[in-house]
Design a protein. Structure first.
Length: 328
């Protein structure tokens, strides 16, 4: 174990995700286990610049493993994007005797950490936390599993009302650039069609598929649409388009929005967060820096942060095929 690291700081940045608190707890408890100090940084890079730190101990992180959101708060910092801002952040960390950082977040968070490391040679370790699951180097990001369970539960409820009225529902789910949530909940909730950015179904094929499903005897339908889908129309325009072209359908739209980011983390996310926190601290103590911890083949493994930022998370092709068959 490295002798140089005596105090590690942890922060959350970007969109919050269920499981972030469990990861904060894990980092704090792992530090306590190795007899080193731990600090929590409030409001991401913004709080880092302002020196908004609080000591985290094994005891004061109790009771948060089951809490959604992040007790450390999250923010997007414009100032950290400037050299002056990063210098202030470095000075604040040094003044607080912080030797290394664990950053929990997504792409933007990791990009900031990489630049910070390059400029100040400051040890950093990333933990992927975003419901979108759009990070290369891990099969699961923190919060993704919880979001899937939240969304499936909601779509089941929408199904009840859709079938009572013989309606077609477009349900928009999160996923700024990726369709992981949409594809998985679409299969899990038995959607009739799934629209994701990775696959351009096209408007004609969408209509064709809805007609086929009507002819096969279905009276109501659920179409799950990823927020970042590129079919060329947003969900409300899709509703108008389908109503114009298929008068037999009465169409409604549900945009699920930020409720998908809230709620108590699933057991999977709590366990994953605990494993990732341990690995992040231990890796720093072993002298590693500039890595992201991730879950690959059910093992917690390190991926260079640069690869995690530059790489693309791929859509599961096998699941796509399953979805095609299931929507027959
Ligand atoms: O990155 C996670 C995410 O929830 C995306 O799915 C969504 O597009 C975005 O954050 C929303 O961000 P904000 O909370 O800033 O509106």
């Amino acid at each position: 174990m490295s002798k140089t690291i005596k105090k590690i700081a942890v922060m959350t940045s970007g969109g919050d995700a269920p499981g972030m608190n469990a990861a904060i707890r894990s980092v704090a408890r792992t530090c306590a286990y190795y007899n080193i100090e731990c600090a929590g940084i409030y409001r991401g890079y913004e709080g880092m610049i302002e020196g908004d730190f609080k000591e985290l101990t094994a005891r004061n992180v109790k009771g948060i493993i089951n809490k959604g959101g992040t007790i450390l708060k999250s923010a997007r910092s414009k100032e950290f994007q400037t050299k002056e801002g990063r210098q202030k952040a470095y000075d604040a960390l040094k003044a607080a005797n912080i030797d290394a950082l664990v950053v929990i977040g997504g792409d933007g968070t990791f990009t900031g950490a990489l630049i910070f490391n390059q400029e100040f040679n400051f040890p950093v370790m990333g933990i992927p936390g975003t419901i979108d699951n759009d990070i290369f180097g891990t099969s699961h990001t923190l919060g993704y599993d919880t979001a899937l369970n939240t969304v499936v539960e909601v779509i089941d409820k929408i199904r009840d009302t859709a079938s009572s009225h013989n309606r077609l529902f477009f349900v928009e789910v999160m996923g700024r650039d990726v369709g992981h949530i949409a594809l998985n909940v679409g299969v899990g909730a038995g959607a009739e069609e799934i629209l994701i950015p990775e696959e351009d179904l096209g408007l004609d094929r969408l209509l064709e598929s809805l007609r086929r499903s009507k002819l096969s005897g279905k009276s109501s339908s659920i179409v799950v649409v990823a927020e970042g889908d590129k079919i060329g129309k947003n969900v409300f325009e899709l509703k108008d388009y389908v109503e114009e072209n298929m008068t037999e359908y009465e169409v409604r739209v549900s945009v699920l929005g930020h409720m998908q980011r809230g709620g108590s983390p699933s057991c999977f996310d709590r366990v994953l967060a605990s494993r990732m926190g341990v690995k992040a601290v231990e890796s720093l103590l072993e002298g590693n820096s500039n890595y992201m911890v991730g879950l690959l083949s059910d093992k917690i493994q390190l991926t260079p942060l640069e690869q995690a930022v530059k790489g693309k998370s791929k859509i599961n092709q096998e699941l796509l095929r399953v979805s095609d068959i299931m929507t027959t």
